[in-house]
Design a protein around this ligand. Structure first.
Ligand code: AMP
Length: 309
């Protein structure tokens, strides 16, 4: 068994608007958030992504300082980095994509470095399902766990390929809106059942500030959202969640429902940092001790005694 975690996703520039302000171009992308979160649990996390010539050296340095392996990250000097901009509405749970510039992503042919072809776990971040499938096809042996994420952008236009991918993964992590869109079921319990029937044994449905649900057969676990005084920017919360979730599991011997429950709490704690500042700032600064304290806060939040006589 090794502790290697292979992560596919975008490394991007984002521009974000929330009720609290607006950013210029800042570092983003699902692989960035996932990698920053995962770096707290494994020093063997390899990213697969693509950058344009405009990607700044200081951002590459940041990823390297977090000990993320960038051998699988290609840079095309004549192209521009993937760009996404979005605007959050007043409740911060809903957002509108203002612009998606695929840029360098249209030229992306993912190459898994030899040393990561036997990775214990593979995390397929939100991307074109064709690319997600190409990464899986390069693995030399079946990983212990394959986790995937997706979003409305891919659900709407790439449904057949997406279904092919969903059939091959062990865990799908999506938000409530996406679960309903994929299954056409309003009840999340029914949606999770349908998703399990499509392939994944485990289904995680994220509900923004209201926490996350984990489904496995007839088992359900519900993680709360930590009530926070200040939420500035939800971007990357889902990616930080899944990065923390999977990286926690990669250093555990067993993979079962009990371990997954802890992983959901770790992921939720990780995401609770991300949302407290714009972009990756809070996640970059977070220490392992702060994470541990927040996990404790999650425990206290949900612990109660009850006696019915
Ligand atoms: P999240 O808020 O966790 O859903 O993820 C936000 C990140 O996803 C941003 O940093 C964006 O750069 C990235 N992103 C947005 N749209 C896409 C897309 N169509 N494919 C891949 N990544 C995207």
């Amino acid at each position: 068994m090794n502790n290697k975690l292979l992560v596919l996703g975008t490394i991007a520039y984002d521009a974000i608007e929330t009720p609290f302000g607006k950013t210029g171009k800042i570092l983003g992308g699902c692989a960035t958030y996932i990698g920053l979160a995962a770096s707290h649990f494994t020093s063997q996390c390899g990213l697969i992504s693509i950058l344009g010539g405009d990607f700044e050296e200081k951002h590459l340095t940041l990823l390297k300082e977090k000990k993320l392996d960038l051998e699988g990250v290609e840079q095309l000097q004549e192209e521009k980095t993937f760009f996404w901009s979005g605007k959050y509405h007043n409740d911060l749970n809903t957002r509108t994509t203002l612009e998606t510039q695929l840029n360098v992503l249209t030229k992306f042919e993912p190459k898994v470095p030899e040393k990561f072809r036997d990775a214990r776990m593979v995390l397929l971040g939100n991307l074109d399902p064709n690319i997600q499938l190409k990464v899986l096809a390069q693995m030399k042996q079946q990983p212990d766990l394959i986790v995937m994420d997706t979003m409305n952008f891919w659900i709407e236009s790439y449904r057949d390929k997406l279904d092919e991918l969903i059939a091959k993964v062990d865990v799908i992590s999506i938000n409530d809106e996406e679960a309903r869109q994929l299954t056409q079921k309003h009840s999340l319990v029914e949606a999770a059942k349908d998703l399990q029937a499509m392939g994944p044994k485990y289904v995680v449905i994220k509900k923004g500030e209201h926490g996350a649900l984990l489904f496995h057969g007839s088992n359900i676990f519900c993680a709360p959202g930590l009530p926070l005084e200040e939420v500035f920017d939800p971007t990357g919360a889902g990616d930080s969640f899944i990065g923390g979730f999977t990286a926690y599991l990669v250093q555990r011997k067993k993979i079962n429902f009990e371990e997954m429950k802890t992983a959901v709490i770790v992921g939720s704690a990780m995401a609770s940092f991300t949302v407290q500042e714009f972009g990756t700032t809070a996640l970059e600064k977070m220490t392992f001790l702060q994470l541990a304290q927040r996990i404790q806060a999650f425990k206290s939040l949900t612990e109660f005694d009850i006696e019915l006589t």
